[in-house]
Design a protein around this ligand. Structure first.
Ligand code: GLN
Length: 488
């Protein structure tokens, strides 16, 4: 049974369809692991075994009927930002600590229809604001590779759950790096799709023009399979793109020969730790040995991406979070004298410090008199950053570099200095500002056996090919199959 925890989704699916294993047995295996190991990692906020097993029984019925698709019976866990009908959806916040969603997010609905078995809801930075999962109302998640360190964030619960093999795959969201950076810090593969590919309906909004959901798994092949299940048009999200359906597994056999890999000068200048640089260089050597050509490209406005992001994202957040007022749902302060006090006390008590900081920054940059100087300027930078990528992709097929400038850092190391925390996102936020797809794959270890992630960025709608490029690397290396000690 235990080799199952490291098996690919294809192999698991085969075992299920050939009836060598039932969906109930599989779900039970992971539920038992969650019960045993989650107290150490704090990856899950909610686990409801009865509901999980009911879905597994339904999957078994479909499997017995003989024409089950590749996701029937596969267990998956959701970042607690996705609404799940009848289940707590907290978004890592006290504000939603009593919110039971009355409906399913589009992706949850899609995956349920495809036969996925929901293992539960995963810890995250409050309202997805953070890079370490330390801002959660439910306490920090621990990195399975070293429990004194953060798993990255904001999808740190998703990353820790898959790294500790408490789930074969999880969903995360990425507004400025929250799929890729925790994937890098926990030794996983994660993809943030092109903006508009995955519906945001039922995904609690942080910064709506940047947010995008995506899979976090062991391998690119597993991510491709799950992306097939969640991508696609949804009229309930006005930014969802109506494009022909794609099979994201179609380019897994892609040949690397002649691939032009762009290395942005700005990503390889100062800033990344030596241990990260070493692992990235080794990974590029693997690609070179497979026939890729490395070319230098420029992203001249890279250094402006963090400042631009930390204007645009808080601006949108301040607007999105204005709906949490303690009236219709969510946390309500127990004592207040009038309506004004109900609002202000509920928000003061319901939101944590980082969320309040973002609301204040966002309100400030949108205010009359500062709008032009901050918000409008950030929007202009956003255009320039997208142009940089467009120009770079004229000279290369994909861009590669580090996902994070450093490996997982100790819990508490950056909590007193928000700017240091924000700099964790230096290589990831520009992707979201431009709406581009990006993925991270494990490519080695730094000191202390901590994973390093290689980031692959491609042109808009290039997910299938990027997953193929990642898959070819994973055919040559086994970083993605390594497990932290103590979880087997
Ligand atoms: N760390 C970034 C932030 O705090 C990105 C978060 C995300 O992608 N959700 O905003």
């Amino acid at each position: 049974m235990n080799e199952l925890i490291n098996a690919s989704l294809r192999d698991i699916s085969r075992a299920l369809t050939e009836r060598r294993l039932s969906a109930v047995e599989l779900a039970t295996l992971f539920l038992e692991r969650i019960e045993r190991l989650n107290p150490t990692f704090n990856a899950f906020i909610t686990v409801e075994p009865d509901k999980t097993l009911a879905q597994a029984r339904a999957a078994d019925a479909r499997l017995a009927s003989g024409n089950a698709g590749p996701l029937v019976g596969i267990p998956l866990a959701y970042k607690d930002i996705f609404c799940t009908k009848g289940m707590l959806t907290s978004c890592g916040s006290n504000m939603l600590s009593n919110f039971v969603a009355p409906y399913d997010a589009h992706v949850v609905e899609q995956l349920s229809n495809a036969g996925i078995v929901n293992l539960g809801k995963l810890n995250m930075d409050e309202f997805a604001m953070g890079s370490s999962t330390e801002s959660s109302f439910f306490g920090p998640t621990k990195n399975p590779w070293d429990v004194t360190r953060v798993p990255g964030g904001s999808s740190g619960g998703s990353a820790a759950a898959v790294a500790a093999r408490l789930a074969p795959v999880a969903l995360g969201t990425d507004t400025g790096g929250s799929i890729r950076q925790p994937a890098a810090m926990c030794g996983l593969t994660g993809i943030k799709p092109t903006y508009g590919i995955v519906s945001r309906y039922g995904m609690v909004a942080y910064a709506s023009s940047l947010d995008q959901g995506g899979p976090m798994a062991k391998s690119a092949a597993d991510c491709a399979l799950v992306l097939n299940g969640i991508a696609g048009f949804d009229q309930r999200d006005s930014t969802s793109l109506d494009r022909p359906a794609e099979d994201y597994t179609r380019a897994l056999g892609y040949s690397i020969k002649g691939l032009r890999i762009g290395l942005p000068r700005e990503f390889f200048a100062d800033g990344m730790d030596d241990e990260v640089r070493f692992a990235i260089d080794e990974a590029l050597n693997v690609y070179r040995s497979l026939g890729a050509e490395l070319v230098q490209v420029d992203l001249p406005n890279s250094e402006l991406s963090v400042p631009a992001y930390y204007v645009v994202a808080p601006a949108e957040a301040s607007s999105n979070l204005s709906r949490f007022d303690g009236v219709r749902y969510g946390y309500r302060a127990p004592e207040y004298r009038d309506l004004g006090e109900l609002y202000s006390r509920s928000r003061a008590q319901g939101f944590g410090a980082e969320v309040k900081r973002r609301i204040m920054v966002g309100t400030y940059v949108l205010s009359h008199g500062y709008y032009d100087a901050y918000y409008l300027k950030a929007q202009k930078l956003r255009r320039l950053i997208a142009e940089d990528f467009r120009n770079a992709f004229a000279h290369c097929d994909v861009i590669m570099g580090p996902t994070s400038p450093f490996v997982a850092f100790p819990i508490g190391a950056k909590t007193d200095d928000p700017v240091q925390m924000y700099l964790s996102d230096i290589y990831t936020v520009s992707t979201n500002l431009a709406g581009l797809p990006g993925l991270s794959i494990p490519c080695g270890f730094g000191a202390g056996n901590l994973p390093v992630g290689l980031q692959i960025l491609g042109p808009w709608f290039d997910e299938a090919r990027m997953l193929g490029i990642a898959h070819q690397y994973q055919q040559q290396t086994d970083w993605h199959l390594r497990m932290p000690g103590g979880v087997a």
